[in-house]
Design a protein around this ligand. Structure first.
Ligand SMILES: Nc1ncnc2c1ncn2[C@@H]1O[C@H](COP(=O)(O)OP(=O)(O)OP(=O)(O)O)[C@@H](O)[C@H]1O
Length: 315
């Protein structure tokens, strides 16, 4: 269980969140500057909240306790994108320096598959090995909570998938509440159980990952989880639907079918790896829409658009 109730004003930015997640892994999504890192920094004690508390499992932190506790005394495992390993220490020393426990250092090196590399310095480890070392060092303090801030962004996509799985298994195995911040929605979906969406320091959406990804509450949230076409009551005119839509809807491009017809005209097109982006104009309203399709159609071609799946949202 993760509970975060904090308020913090820095300059003009006002963070005010009240989150309860029954699960162990919470993903945070939000556009750049929305306050994701600030939440993690408040938990880690790098920023002092103005008011509030945090609760992980049965550990209850409030302003009079953990918020006033020195950062180095908190049991928070914070993994930065850069891993922040000590460059002048071997892999083994990186862990031992933090936990001062030889047996635990050995155990963790084995656990993350780095025992053979224990005498190497971080500069001689690969990206994935560095990340596993950072993870082992983080676990060596017996953290009450783990914070992953864009922790997989520096890895190539193959290694990223492998490390995500490795770290998720480890976290599940150690049973530690974890908060993941990432710009990558697929990563948030794969990793998290619950998802928080924040905008400008405030909650926009919160729920299980299925709720947020498949039934987002609003346009902001829908955009972040991959919906890219938004139609109001008026704009829906001339689109064809498999089921009856509500007044405002969000659609993913992949859930649109272009077919012969005369309601829309293709005005321009761009090609990318997965297909084409078309700007299509409604013949009556003259409104244009950007539609993705893998059909190769000519500019000036007249079409109809069928929506095979959508969600009703408010905007
Ligand atoms: N020390 C500070 N003084 C003034 N404003 C700050 C300070 N630290 C952060 N902010 C502002 O608070 C807001 C939230 O910052 P934060 O780093 O949490 O965003 P973020 O969602 O993590 O963004 P990104 O995805 O780009 O990393 C930003 O508008 C930022 O400029």
């Amino acid at each position: 269980m993760i509970e975060i109730k904090i308020k913090k004003q820095i300059g003009n930015f006002n963070l005010d969140v009240n989150v309860k997640s029954q699960n162990k892994i919470l993903g945070i999504l939000g556009e750049s500057g929305s306050g994701k890192t600030m939440i993690l920094k408040c938990i880690a004690g790098l920023i002092d909240p103005d008011e509030g508390y945090i609760k992980f499992n049965n550990e209850y932190y409030d302003s009079s306790k953990s918020f006033s506790m020195k950062t180095e005394n908190r049991k928070v495992g914070y993994m930065f994108q850069s891993y922040a390993l000590f460059p002048n220490m071997t892999a083994e020393k990186n862990i031992y320096f933090v936990c001062k426990d030889k047996k635990k250092t050995k155990e963790l090196l084995k656990k993350v598959g780095l025992y053979e590399k224990k005498d190497l310095f971080p500069k001689n480890l690969s990206g994935g090995q560095k990340q596993r070392l950072a993870m082992a060092r983080m676990l060596s303090i017996n953290p009450e909570v783990i914070l992953l801030d864009e922790s997989f962004s520096a890895l190539d996509s193959v290694l990223r998938d492998e490390m995500e799985k490795f770290i998720k298994d480890l976290i599940t195995n150690y049973d530690i509440p974890t908060i993941l911040v990432s710009h990558n929605k697929e990563e948030v979906y794969r990793f998290s159980e619950d998802v928080l969406v924040i905008k400008n320091g405030h909650i926009e959406d919160l729920g299980s990952k299925e709720e947020v990804f498949f039934n987002p509450k609003n346009k902001y949230s829908a955009k972040l989880v991959g919906f890219d076409i938004f139609l109001s009551q008026e704009e829906k005119k001339d689109f064809e639907f498999k089921n009856k839509p509500g007044p405002n809807i969000a659609i993913k491009s992949k859930n649109i079918k272009l077919k012969e017809g005369s309601n829309f005209i293709i005005e321009s097109k761009e090609e990318d790896l997965e297909g084409y982006f078309y700007n299509v104009k409604n013949k009556d309203t003259k409104k244009t829409f950007r539609i993705k399709s893998n059909l190769d159609l000519k500019i000036g071609f007249k079409i109809n658009i069928e929506v095979t799946n959508f969600v009703n949202i408010s905007f």
